[in-house]
Design a protein around this ligand. Structure first.
Ligand SMILES: [Zn+2]
Length: 469
């Protein structure tokens, strides 16, 4: 794939080691699970779901077209942590840990002298499943929902995460080392159940049954057509989702205050993004949540890089982007790792698919695939600039998707090029998987199983018409 060649060439020229800042910054990586870009005002949403994020992003760098490689957490996060597209056959089902052969971001930063700390509210991003490799300290929220089924979203919402971050930052050892802090938030994930003061986006005269309790959302896992949900219910559900974004936005203010208080000895570089988006009945399948699909509502995520201007001449000497503003070039989650390594002057590991966000180039191809569970017909798309080639039961189709609307495009050469990119990915996937030792699986503990069930995974608590989720 072209991305692989470009990055390999950059490494050969030593492009990633001569831009290190005089002072290594603290790095804060914030992943907002299930946050689709187009529900943020900074990406043009009509509701002011995240005013604080908008103001903060105004003094940072906003990437306008960002592709997540998958519809769910684990493959996308493997991409963030490894700088590589996940392999085609990599399902990362619940008992399958991250591959141990691939160097992960926290390991590379720890080897470079960073103190590495993670706090995660997503039960898939936990030490038991390999996500904590490279972290000196990793705090999974790990709360079991109450057995009486009462409201529990607040147990994993931003406030609960911020509490842990505060504890971690207050009690960390006296050290001059720069800190890499990874924070994984879950507010926009089902069940959407924001507190009363963040319910301003729901219809005021709504008289239906969706009030935010987990049981309300069970049908969304199996709805195949948007009109199964009436217009009022649909407005209510989306209003609740938007309310979760507002709750998260308020929590992010607290998080930034904590970082400013406890990590004041060095510049702070923050990268905020999401692992995937969320569907509200869009596209051919008309599905909800994020068990299916490769469209922009699933693959289009936000990405804001903040604090570049405090790094001095670092990176700016070779970067083709300003420290503040907006970048229209399409980039991907696969670019997170090379960016952060470049900023601190750490050489890239071999065989990356990503390249630095500070030097974006148009014309790159990004894979979006549905990892798990495997349907009969694998869902796969390749995105390049404003074009998306999608593999459908009737064959490959080309659409334009730059503004979230799908318009068929007749361009045989472009379609052939994107199909070819899928083939290259497929071949590279086979090569990488063959180089690995046989995949291992681990036993999922009862506690983890409970947590995953509560979020709609494992298909035990969730009645499903087709398969596990
Ligand atoms: Zn996720």
């Amino acid at each position: 794939m072209r991305a692989v060649l470009v990055v390999a060439l950059g490494l050969a020229l030593g492009a990633c080691t001569d831009t290190a800042p005089a002072v290594a910054p603290h790095i804060v990586l914030v992943v907002c699970d299930t946050l689709r870009a187009d529900h943020l005002p900074v990406y043009g949403y009509h509701r002011d779901t995240a005013p604080a994020l908008s103001a903060w992003a105004g003094s940072g760098l906003v990437f306008e077209q960002v592709t997540a490689p998958s519809n769910w957490t684990r493959p996308s996060m493997l991409s963030v942590f490894s700088g590589r597209h996940p392999e085609e056959r990599r399902q990362l089902r619940p008992g399958e840990p991250f591959p141990t052969e691939v160097p992960l971001l926290a390991e590379l930063l720890r080897d470079a002298g960073y103190e590495t700390v993670g706090v995660s509210a997503n039960p898939f991003m936990t030490p038991g499943l390999g996500a904590a490799r490279g972290f000196d300290l990793f705090v999974p929220i790990g709360r079991r929902p109450p057995e009486d089924g009462s409201r529990w979203k607040h147990l994993i919402a931003t406030g609960a995460v911020v509490e842990r971050v505060e504890y971690v930052l207050q009690t960390r050892p006296d050290s001059d080392a720069p800190v890499f802090l990874y924070v994984h938030l879950m507010d926009p994930h089902l069940p959407y159940d924001p507190p009363e003061d963040h319910r301003g986006f729901t219809p005021p005269d709504y008289a239906g049954g969706f009030d935010g309790a987990w049981k309300d959302f069970l049908p969304l896992h199996r709805l195949a057509a948007p009109d199964v949900l009436g217009a009022e219910d649909r407005a209510q559900v989306i209003g609740l989702y938007d309310g979760e974004i507002a709750r998260m936005d308020a929590g992010l203010v607290e998080l930034r205050a904590l970082v400013a208080e406890h990590l004041a000895d060095r510049p702070v570089l923050t990268l905020l993004t999401a692992d995937h988006g969320e569907a509200f009945g869009e596209g051919e399948s008309g599905r909800w949540a994020h068990g299916h699909g490769t469209g922009p509502w699933i693959a289009g995520v936000p990405l804001v890089l903040h604090g570049l201007d405090a790094l001095g001449p670092r990176a700016s000497g070779s970067a083709s982007v300003p420290a503040r503003g907006r970048v229209p070039t399409r980039v991907g989650l696969v670019d997170v790792l090379p960016t952060l390594l470049d900023v601190v002057g750490v050489p890239h590991p071999p065989d990356l698919d990503g390249r630095s966000l500070l030097d974006p180039v148009p014309g790159r191809e990004f894979i979006v695939y549905r990892a798990h569970p495997r349907p009969d017909q694998d869902e796969l798309a390749v995105v390049r600039d404003a074009l998306r080639a999608e593999r459908r039961p009737a064959g490959w189709q080309l659409v334009r998707d730059d503004d979230g609307r799908e318009e068929p495009v007749q361009d045989r050469a472009a379609l052939a090029a994107l199909e070819r990119a899928a083939g290259v990915w497929s071949q590279a996937s086979r090569r990488r998987l063959e180089a690995e030792t046989a995949g291992t699986t681990i036993e999922v503990s009862d506690e983890l199983r409970d947590q995953l069930e509560a979020l709609g995974y494992l298909g035990v608590a969730v009645p499903s018409d087709d398969e596990d989720r």
